[in-house]
Design a protein around this ligand. Structure first.
Ligand SMILES: *[C@@H]1O[C@H](CO)[C@@H](O)[C@H](O)[C@H]1NC(C)=O
Ligand SMILES: *[C@@H]1O[C@H](CO)[C@@H](O)[C@H](O)[C@H]1NC(C)=O
Length: 394
């Protein structure tokens, strides 16, 4: 999911609707730049034995991946979107001003002994409010709190993160509801991964399967290094420092390699955001249209009418489509399963790539990430991919 803006405002200024930069009491979260030492030296066997690796079960809904966590004391389970392209961790909270229907009961802070409202530095007498707005029109508004978050762990004992900053959302809207909220996993200071202790900081991996459940792993268990693993550099861009940018060199449609070079999309320092919270892959017009043309030159089936932004065909046969390979810099070539790149929408199949306009950000979405074990390593600044049958993994 793409976070458009996050405002943190003291309640004194809550009636103001201006952006945070113009609010006298507003502030934005500082980004913590922490480049730790190499993974191998940080994860010794001893660490593992003592601390274990936290993990959470994940669930697939129609287009999104959710993770199960427990919050509060006594712990209650929530199921929230896994979002590598936003920071804040929030869940719907009672009392609701306006909540959507979710599967699990809505979290009731009055029943938790560890729930503590957070105060803003500027206005210590009032709760610190936040407002998160996402590109798909989803939003959450409420108060920051500290609360205990509990994971499962490889030791078998619960892994407890005391005093985790979460957003307690009282006015919320999710375009794909049923989830209790969103778990931000980007590089921002308030994300779940940034709030983990130094031992786990910046390491996680997930394996998205279209079937049933899977796991998201943190810490040493998040390191991906099996046979056939390819890795690409993750970039940090000054103007949007929280995102995990990768650099896409080219996309091959069958044998036809379409280069980003020669298009405005070309970059050497990151041109596409890896985003677990967005379904399709989004590319800027110029390059995107070249890829679409390359697909269209191979597919010998009538295009479906009224497919809008998407490239769709009147066929129920996925075999008519060419294999797509994503070439990330450093030789990380991902030969993608056809399921990753073509979506069956009733009578037709559509390319799961959408053109976003000439200058918008590009996103590598969760459909394209299916059946890849994907590891994020903020210490070495690498994202690793290992082709995996994610449903068979656990
Ligand atoms: C990284 O670890 C090595 C060996 O453990 C140590 O010599 C070096 O000073 C460390 N570097 C940093 C930046 O902590
Ligand atoms: C909730 O937020 C929306 C979007 O900003 C706003 O239109 C609506 O009035 C709010 N609802 C309540 C009950 O405050």
């Amino acid at each position: 999911m793409i976070l458009l803006s996050l405002q943190i405002i003291t309640s004194f200024f809550l009636t103001t609707t201006a952006s945070s930069s113009s609010l006298p009491g507003g502030f934005t979260i500082d980004v913590i730049h922490r480049r730790s030492n190499s993974s191998s030296s940080r994860f010794s066997k001893t660490d593992d034995d003592q601390l274990g690796s936290p993990y959470a079960n994940t669930v697939f809904t129609t287009s999104e991946y959710l993770m199960k966590l427990q919050i509060g004391t006594p712990p209650v389970e929530i199921e929230a979107h896994i979002d590598t392209a936003s920071s804040i961790v929030w869940t719907q909270c009672l009392p609701c001003l306006s909540c959507y229907d979710q599967q699990d009961p809505i979290f009731d802070p009055s029943k938790s002994s560890t729930y503590k409202e957070k105060k803003c530095d500027e206005d210590p007498n009032n709760p610190c409010r936040y407002e998160a707005n996402y590109a798909d029109q989803s939003y959450s508004k409420g108060a920051y709190a500290t609360e205990t978050v509990t994971f499962q762990s490889t030791t078998g004992q619960p892994f407890v993160m005391a005093q985790t900053t979460i957003g307690c959302g009282h006015n919320n809207s999710l375009t794909s509801p049923t989830a209790s909220g969103i778990i931000g996993l980007d590089r921002g200071a308030s994300s779940l991964i940034s709030q983990m202790s130094e031992n786990f900081y910046g390491f996680f991996s997930y394996c998205f399967s279209r079937k049933e459940t899977s796991k998201i792993n943190f810490g040493s268990n998040g390191v991906v290094s099996g046979h056939g693993t390819v890795a690409t550099t993750m970039f940090r861009r000054m103007e949007k420092p929280n995102f995990y940018y990768l650099n896409l060199d080219a996309i091959s449609v069958g044998e036809n390699r379409v280069e980003t070079m020669g298009t405005p999309f070309y970059s050497l320092e990151g041109n596409i955001i890896i985003d677990s919270g967005t379904t399709y892959t989004y590319l800027p017009d110029g390059f995107c249209n070249k890829v679409k043309d390359a697909v269209d030159s191979v597919v010998k089936v009538e295009q479906a009418p009224f497919s809008g932004e998407m490239l769709c065909y009147n066929t129920a046969d996925i075999d008519v489509f060419p294999v797509i390979t994503m070439h990330f810099s450093g030789g990380a070539d991902l030969v993608l399963d056809k399921y990753n790149m073509y979506d069956n929408t009733g009578d037709s199949y559509c390319l799961a790539i959408s053109c976003v306009g000439p200058t918008e950000d590009a996103y590598f979405g969760n459909r394209a990430q299916n059946n890849l074990l994907i590891g994020y390593d903020s210490s070495s600044e690498l994202v690793s991919f290992e082709s995996t049958d994610c449903s068979a993994l656990y």
